[in-house]
Design a binder for this molecule. Structure first.
Ligand SMILES: Cc1cc2nc3c(=O)[nH]c(=O)nc-3n(C[C@H](O)[C@H](O)[C@H](O)COP(=O)(O)O)c2cc1C
Length: 359
């Protein structure tokens, strides 16, 4: 039904408008047990007999909703009903932001891809965390944090900005992702510079250590020694192997608990759309099938070479059961989707979750 009826209607709208419409429906579902039951009956995933344990959390299935779809945390229960095994909300930032000027999201249908320069629009960490405090969810909740999209916040202030979001996210998150790879901010800079990453992790760790960890969590990792929750770092798909080696070494020094590979790309190579079409769209992060190969490669670099055995969330261009299974074979422990959902529809969630769940 999605591909025949709903998708053609949604694709008549501008990409962001269609997304707002989807969020509106999901938010209504989020507030209604009846609608959640209907969604679960239509699309939901049968409860697995076994569940995967990662960071001490139970994952009924390894498929999660990627950051960016639900920036304000208004739809997690609806997404749970759809069959996701976990949800990552955000990116949230210390200060609210309306993001970049519109239009800022574009479809590339020939490539099953999107380009976006949303610019970290969100209602702000404090407000979103208050909303999430009221949430009752049966699956793990990740909160993705980023720096407020304001070029005047730099240096120490930028670290403080992340710390503010981290400390708030700690109150509600089962795990926190530190997004160091958003390409869509005014200053265009990210924390993927080794020196900047080191300062950031040191700053977060120092402030988080002032919050007493719960007695049950004792150990040597970033989370168990210094904070309430497991903490991952999210890399851009454009990260070179050389830089990834450096960044991972820094993360390991700080005891980061896992990695999210990957965020979007600035590249426009090997796309079916013409240069003219692409230049009329302009800047932004490329997501979807066009980045699948690179995202898979980075998952392999991490799992086979750099951090064998450490939890890896693979994300970027997963849009079928086969592409999901390929990521698990490449060493990913968990998966996330965003763009695949737009092109394949909500049925993709149960297709992948059922195929990946060990019954
Ligand atoms: C419109 C849009 C907004 C996004 N916003 C965020 C964000 O706020 N934080 C983040 O870490 N990733 C964000 N992402 C990146 C996704 O989480 C994901 O890493 C990327 O899209 C690759 O996955 P996909 O190919 O399944 O979409 C966004 C992606 C899209 C398409």
């Amino acid at each position: 039904m999605y591909k025949e009826l709903i998708k053609p209607l949604l694709f008549l709208m501008d990409a962001e408008h269609a997304h707002e419409w989807a969020i509106w429906i999901a938010n209504k579902t989020n507030r209604s047990d009846i609608l959640q039951n209907i969604v679960h009956r239509l699309y939901g995933v049968a409860d697995a007999k076994s569940s995967e344990q990662i960071w001490g959390l139970h994952f009924k299935n390894p498929l999660g909703l990627a950051a960016g779809f639900d920036k304000n945390g208004t739809t997690p229960r609806a997404m749970q009903a759809l069959g996701f095994g976990f949800i990552e909300v955000g990116s949230i930032t210390a200060h609210s932001s309306t993001g970049n000027p519109k239009p800022r999201a574009f479809r590339l249908p020939k490539d099953h891809s999107l380009i976006n320069r949303m610019g970290l629009n969100n209602e702000g960490a404090a407000r979103i965390v208050e909303r999430l405090k009221k949430l009752q969810l049966d699956i793990p909740l990740g909160v993705n944090i980023a720096k407020t999209n304001d070029p005047s916040i730099e240096g120490n202030a930028a670290v403080e900005d992340y710390v503010e979001s981290y400390l708030l996210a700690q109150q509600v998150a089962d795990y926190i992702t530190i997004n160091i790879s958003c390409p869509n901010t005014g200053e265009g800079k990210t924390f993927e510079d080794p020196g900047a990453l080191s300062e950031l992790l040191a700053g977060i760790k120092q402030k988080a250590s002032q919050v007493d960890p719960p007695a049950k969590q004792q150990g040597i990792s970033f989370s168990s020694t210094y904070a309430y929750v497991p903490t991952t770092v999210k890399f851009s798909v454009d990260t070179t192997h050389k830089n990834l080696v450096k960044l991972v070494a820094i993360c390991e020094d700080y005891g980061i608990d896992g990695y999210v590979a990957t965020n979007t790309s600035n590249s426009r190579e090997d796309l079916w759309h013409s240069e003219q079409e692409l230049s009329s769209i302009g800047q932004g992060g490329l997501s979807g099938r066009a980045i699948a190969k690179r995202s898979l490669e980075m998952t392999r670099w991490l799992s086979e070479e750099l951090v064998e055995g450490k939890p890896i969330i693979s994300v970027g261009g997963i849009d079928s059961v086969n592409s999901a299974l390929e990521r698990l074979e490449a060493g990913a422990h968990l998966l996330q989707i965003y763009t695949g959902l737009i092109y394949e529809g909500p049925g993709l969630v149960s297709d992948i979750a059922n195929a990946c769940t060990r019954n």
